[in-house]
Design a protein around this ligand. Structure first.
Ligand code: GAR
Length: 188
C-alpha cells in the first residue's frame, strides 16, 4: 500500500476526496499524514474525523521557510511518504522540501495552466472574461504553478460568478485528483 501526504490550508474538500478514495480501496494507498500551515483551518477537523494524523504548524513561529520545511521533511521521512499531494496548500514550496522530495510533489490548480497562475486564479479568469475554465494537476518545481502538466480537464461557463466557477471546478477536482494519483501510483 502506497503512502501519501496531503497538504492543505483551508476547507480540505480535496483532502477528504483523496482520503475517502483510500478508505474505499479506490486508491491502493493511505494518507499517512495531512500537513496544514493554518492552525484552526477546517481541514484539521476533517482529518480528525477520518482518523488521519496531522502535522499542523504556524509558519510565523519559525525563523524561516527552510526551518519549517526541515521539520516537514522529518515528518514525511518518518511516515515513509512516497507522494506529496498539495490540495489547496496556499504557500510556495521552498528549496528544502523541493530538494528532499524532488519529483514527488504534485499540485492541483483551479485554472488551465499556464493561464492564471497564483492564488486568485478563478477570480482572475472571471475578470478576464474566460468562457472555458479548467483544472490542472502538475508537478511542483521552483516556479510558481510552473511544473510540467500531468492532467487537465476543462469545462464551459459563460457567466461571471466566481463562486459558481469554484463550485463547478471542485466537482471536477475531486474526481481528477483521485484518477491522477491512481495513475501516478501505478507507474511507480
Ligand atoms: C482548490 O480548489 C484548489 O484548486 C485551490 O484551492 C482549493 C482548495 O479547496 N488551489 C489553489 O488555488 C492553489 N493555487 P479544498 O480546501 O476544498 O480542497
Amino acid at each position: 500500500m502506497h503512502r501519501l501526504a496531503v497538504f492543505a490550508s483551508g476547507t480540505g474538500s480535496n483532502f477528504v476526496a483523496i482520503a475517502k478514495a483510500c478508505a474505499e480501496g479506490i486508491l491502493d494507498a493511505q494518507v499517512a499524514v495531512m500537513v496544514c500551515d493554518k492552525p484552526g483551518a477546517p481541514v484539521i477537523d476533517r482529518a480528525r474525523e477520518l482518523g488521519i494524523e496531522t502535522f499542523v504548524f504556524s509558519p510565523r513561529e519559525y525563523a524561516s521557510k527552510a526551518a519549517y520545511e526541515a521539520e516537514i521533511v522529518q515528518v514525511l521521512d518518518s511516515k515513509k511518504v512516497e507522494l506529496v499531494c498539495l490540495a489547496g496548500y496556499m504557500r510556495i514550496v521552498g528549496d528544502t522540501l523541493l530538494k528532499a522530495y524532488e519529483g514527488k510533489i504534485v499540485n492541483i490548480h483551479p485554472s488551465l495552466l499556464p493561464s492564471f497562475k497564483g492564488a486568485h486564479a478563478v477570480e482572475d479568469a472571471v475578470a478576464y472574461g474566460v468562457k472555458v475554465y479548467g483544472i490542472t494537476i502538475h508537478w511542483v518545481n521552483a516556479e510558481l504553478d510552473g511544473g510540467r502538466i500531468i492532467a487537465q480537464r476543462a469545462f464551459p461557463y459563460e457567466g461571471s460568478d466566481p463562486a459558481e466557477v469554484h463550485r463547478l471546478g471542485q466537482k471536477i477536482e475531486h474526481e481528477l485528483y483521485v484518477e491522477t494519483i491512481k495513475k501516478l501510483l501505478c507507474e511507480r
